[in-house]
Write a protein that binds this ligand. Structure first.
Ligand code: GTP
Ligand code: MG
Length: 347
């Protein structure tokens, strides 16, 4: 903290001056009264202790804005109405691009009936969509691979035009390899809390892979195996919804022979899932989307408004009923109830 010396006749505000030590005026004044520094207090600056310097440097501590881990995501779900969305698909099927694409669209305005109303994970969203934005000047959109390990959650608060109260969307993101490992070891899915708690399980089918006659059967098998593993692990409940999402639709134009064949194959996957699992979910819907299209074959964010509306619809999640317990006070005074007379409360 700065300290001031008491002003005195032999004082000088210039610490370099030797007048206080009986020397000459450093400014060259013979008559010291003419010197603007003479007789004024010198400012003594104390050396700042290292720990104080660190505290000053840190400034105000702001909450982080990275993706949330499960405990923080669950705390958020307890605080406000939330739709939890698990996004499942193999490596490079477009999971992170889908999450980034929703955020990106909301930055430009309404997405269907929904508007952005806040987020506690802005850094994570920015990172998810930065590379794929046209502004990044890449020839082809690019997305960093999600690291294997625990699921992380992206958080958005949204308001709907017809209802001004906020509802949160939590998107669970996990590396594609982790989900694929459950096909050979379904028990692994027991340690994926986002599956059991999801309002909407979202399974992705990679449009680019559906173009290839060999790879498209692998896409179908991955969807079959994921559902089988999640049911075997006991992670699914009949109140949950299922979204089957055809990603990268810009790569499968409906007006080309290959594109039409890819879309037809996707429709056959949807039909099979409906037949096998229709009674095990409260709803099954399909959505063709282009979260991060290459070129002009599809507008950026195509299909996302319909998907967002499906995700945000109030979930049919069972609500635990809380029985009202009547507490009867022992003393008569405690049993008095407020009585409203002409707007005033009387005991
Ligand atoms: N053509 C096209 N490519 C897309 C689209 N969406 C995503 N991609 C590309 O698909 C690739 C994989 O996307 P990601 O979002 O990283 O896939 P992921 O499923 O998160 O992959 P992992 O994190 O490894 O599991 C990236 O190169 C994206 O640019 C799209 O709508 N159209
Ligand atoms: Mg990813």
């Amino acid at each position: 903290m700065p300290l001031y010396q008491e002003p005195g006749p032999q004082q000088c505000a210039n610490p370099e001056c030797s007048v206080p030590r009986g020397g000459r005026c450093i400014e060259g004044f013979e008559d010291l009264k003419g010197c603007p520094h003479y007789g004024k207090s010198a400012l003594i600056v104390e050396a700042v202790k290292p720990e104080v310097a660190v505290a000053v440097h840190r400034g105000v501590q702001l909450p982080g804005a990275e993706a949330l881990y499960t405990a923080a995501a669950q705390a958020l779900m307890r605080q406000r109405p939330t739709s939890l969305i698990a996004i499942v698909g193999p490596h490079k099927s477009g999971k992170t691009s889908l999450i980034g694409g929703i955020y990106d669209l909301l930055q430009r305005g309404m997405v269907g009936e929904y508007a952005f109303a806040g987020s506690s994970t802005l850094h994570a969203f920015e990172r998810a969509c930065h590379d794929s934005r046209l502004a990044s000047n890449r020839d082809r959109p690019h997305q960093e691979r999600t690291q294997t390990g625990d699921a992380t959650y992206f958080h958005l608060d949204l308001v709907r035009t017809t209802c001004r109260t906020k509802r949160a969307a939590l998107f669970a993101n996990r590396a594609g390899e982790d989900y694929m490992e459950t096909h050979s070891d379904p028990d692994l899915a027991r340690s994926f809390p986002e599956l059991r708690k999801a309002d909407t399980l979202t399974l992705l089918a990679d449009g680019e892979k559906l173009l290839d006659a060999g790879e498209r059967h692998q896409v179908m098998n991955e969807i079959r195996d994921s559902l089988r593993a999640f049911f075997e692990a006991g992670q699914m409940s009949d109140w949950q919804r299922l979204a089957l999402v055809l990603t990268k639709v810009d790569a499968v134009p409906a007006d080309t022979e290959e594109g039409a064949a890819a879309r037809e194959f996707f429709d056959s996957i949807v039909a099979e899932v409906r037949e096998l699992h229709g009674a095990r979910f409260s709803a099954i819907e399909s959505f063709p989307v282009a979260a991060s299209p290459r070129g002009a074959a599809a507008p950026r964010g195509e299909g996302l408004a319909k998907l967002l509306a499906y995700w945000m619809a109030a979930p049919p999640r069972p609500v635990t009923a809380v029985a009202e317990v009547a507490v009867v006070a022992e003393r008569s005074f405690g049993r008095l109830r407020p009585l409203v007379v002409g707007g005033a409360h009387e005991a």
